[in-house]
Design a protein around this ligand. Structure first.
Ligand code: PMP
Length: 317
């Protein structure tokens, strides 16, 4: 059964009511975009609710914080536990989980490196980033907004400020009647979507931009590469041109919020025959089975969320 109401937000160690999860309007992160976050999904599995690749998401959150000199006052294990607890407290499935590291106390001035670093964890009902039905393919365009080079804004950090670029590209695409934008990097190579990595398929080989690119190293991207190789497909990580995109047999996006989304067209060009390609479909099928705990081989990707038990009655002192 779908359970859909957000109840609690974890804020610096406490579960507060959703309506009370507030931050000061003069907080540093709000003004300058210096905050880092994660997007994580929890799925219903035969063994109850489970979080997909929790460890990898928490590791990336801490790496992102390091990029911005934010000292997170919790260990990876503590953050993982807090995410499990918050997911259990909200009892929402499927869920989208949003941990955010930020400076929320009043304090203006760009070059702030001191002051309290906070962690908040929200859990909301999961929806499809690219809309209902996006698993059957979306219409995209090449964005006029390029990805900034990583010597301007490091793309490996999942920082709030990075999403100014995603926002401009995404809104431009929507205004023009497309469902998603594909951003190029400063040299004109394919980078990624507004919140997804990109894969091309040609002659049953998969291609995706490599680790040297100005992209976020997606955890779904990593899952797709592993699944594809396990299915005996070759996966090549390299710089990709728009020529290679327009002439691909298949193309798709991968991301936590989007999941796996076939690209039907790019601007005026249809990709393949405009339908979901066979390779994309096969990989998506294994992916959706894995996240739902139906693929033994990938069982280690799932962290179970035990039901919250009522607090034990304390013995009188
Ligand atoms: N690129 C960008 C810019 C993103 O925001 C995301 C979503 N986190 C991704 C790629 C995909 O990453 P992941 O698979 O880890 O969600």
């Amino acid at each position: 059964m779908m359970k859909t109401e957000a109840k609690k937000v974890w804020m610096d160690g406490e579960l507060v009511d959703f309506a009370d999860a507030r931050s000061h309007v003069l907080g540093h992160s709000l003004h300058y975009g210096v905050g880092v976050f994660e997007g994580i999904r929890a799925y219903e599995t035969p063994r109850g609710t489970a979080i997909f690749r929790l460890k990898e998401h928490v590791a990336r959150l801490l790496m992102s914080a390091r990029f911005y000199f934010m000292q997170v006052p919790y260990s990876a294990a503590e953050i993982e536990q807090a995410i499990v607890d918050t997911t259990a407290a909200n009892d929402i499935v499927p869920a989208y989980i949003r941990p955010l590291v930020y400076r929320g106390e009043p304090g203006l001035g760009v070059k702030k490196m001191t002051g309290k670093v906070s962690l908040a964890i929200g859990v909301i009902p999961a929806t499809k980033y690219l809309g209902p039905g996006s698993e059957e393919g979306v219409k995209t365009k090449i964005s006029p907004y390029r990805k900034p080079r990583s010597d301007a804004i490091p793309s490996y950090a999942k920082a709030a400020g990075n999403y100014l670029n995603s926002y401009l590209a995404g809104v431009d695409a929507l205004k023009e009647g497309y469902e998603e934008a594909i951003l190029l990097d400063a040299l004109g190579h394919l980078a990624e979507g507004t919140g997804e990595n990109i894969f091309l398929v040609r002659n049953r080989t998969l291609y995706t931009p490599g680790t040297e690119s100005d992209i976020l190293m997606g955890i779904t991207r990593d899952s797709v590469i592993r699944i594809a190789r396990d299915l005996d497909y070759e996966v090549i990580e390299k710089a990709l041109s728009v020529n290679e995109l327009y002439s691909a047999d298949e193309a798709f996006f991968s991301g936590t919020f989007a999941e796996i989304v076939p690209i039907r067209s790019v601007g005026q060009y249809m990709i393949g025959d405009g339908k979901v390609g066979l390779v994309t479909r096969q990989i998506a099928e294994v992916f959706y089975r894995a996240v739902q705990g139906k693929e033994k081989r990938y069982a280690e990707w799932l962290t179970p969320v035990p039901k919250l038990v009522a607090p034990a009655i304390r013995a009188r002192p």
